[in-house]
Design a protein around this ligand. Structure first.
Ligand code: Z5A
Length: 204
């Protein structure tokens, strides 16, 4: 595969969607062939599974299974074909979301979910940005939204646990390239930091 697979992770409202859009645009202007996709919405079942999981009372095991089914099709139909064509794939959330939300915070354990990932999904990102933001800032951004889903209603303590879980994951996965991004900075600066790191990765 000749493409580059880059994922964006972090607590809700850390700025992943905003910055991934800005970076995609900047890469395109610099001549790169980019696709921007996201989870849990991406792939043929993504929208339906996202809607179901975010609005219904699903057990944590159910969440892990559904997000993996959705990811299976997302990888097969969207991500792998793009990488095979040499594209840069920017994906807003991927496997680390399952490891954090269902594995660490939800209590299923990361190792079981990593095994499942390796067996059924079978692809790791080349580079992962973990958007780190303090809970106060994330809460302020969240409260500005008119509509919040059942995940987002879980509040401050939950956000803190998610944030810490991401930081633990970066230490655990020392075989992967994961970069912590300070996303309390101005959004243009955050996008600039990420863009530079992507270009550096391209240059080897
Ligand atoms: N989930 C899971 O449990 N397991 C899984 O395997 C997967 C997902 C794949 C997805 O929700 C939920 O599913 C998510 C985890 C779970 N749960 N929660 N809670 P989603 O798709 O609805 O949402 P999200 O992925 O969390 O996206 P988000 O909330 O939109 O966050 P974001 O993309 O990081 O933030 P943003 O939309 O770019 O920015 C939010 C606001 O902050 C917006 O008004 C921006 O203008 C502002 N912003 C962003 N950056 C800045 C900076 N730097 N300065 C100032 N303001 C900023």
């Amino acid at each position: 595969m000749t493409g580059l697979f880059i994922t964006f992770e972090g607590v809700e409202c850390a700025g992943k969607s905003t910055v991934s859009r800005m970076v995609a645009e900047r890469l395109r202007k610099n001549g790169y062939n980019v696709i921007l996709t996201s989870e849990p919405a991406g792939g043929r079942l993504g929208m339906d599974i996202r809607k179901y999981v975010l609005s219904k009372d699903v057990t944590v095991e159910g969440e892990a299974l559904l997000f993996n089914v959705s990811r299976y099709f997302h990888v097969k139909d969207v991500i792998l074909p793009a990488l095979e064509e040499g594209k840069v794939v920017l994906c807003d959330r991927f496997c680390d979301s399952t490891f954090v939300y269902q594995g660490i915070v939800g209590g299923l354990g990361v190792d079981r979910l990593v095994e499942m990932h390796e067996e059924f999904i079978g692809i790791w990102p080349d580079l992962t940005f973990v958007f780190d933001v303090d809970v106060e800032t994330a809460m302020c951004r969240l409260l500005e939204r008119k509509k919040v889903d059942r995940f987002e209603k879980r509040g401050r303590i939950f956000l803190e646990r998610v944030r810490n879980a991401y930081l633990d994951l970066v230490n655990k996965f020392d075989f992967r390239k994961m970069i912590i991004v300070d996303s309390t900075k101005a959004v243009e600066d955050v996008a600039g930091d990420v863009f530079k790191a992507v270009i550096k990765k391209f240059k080897g």
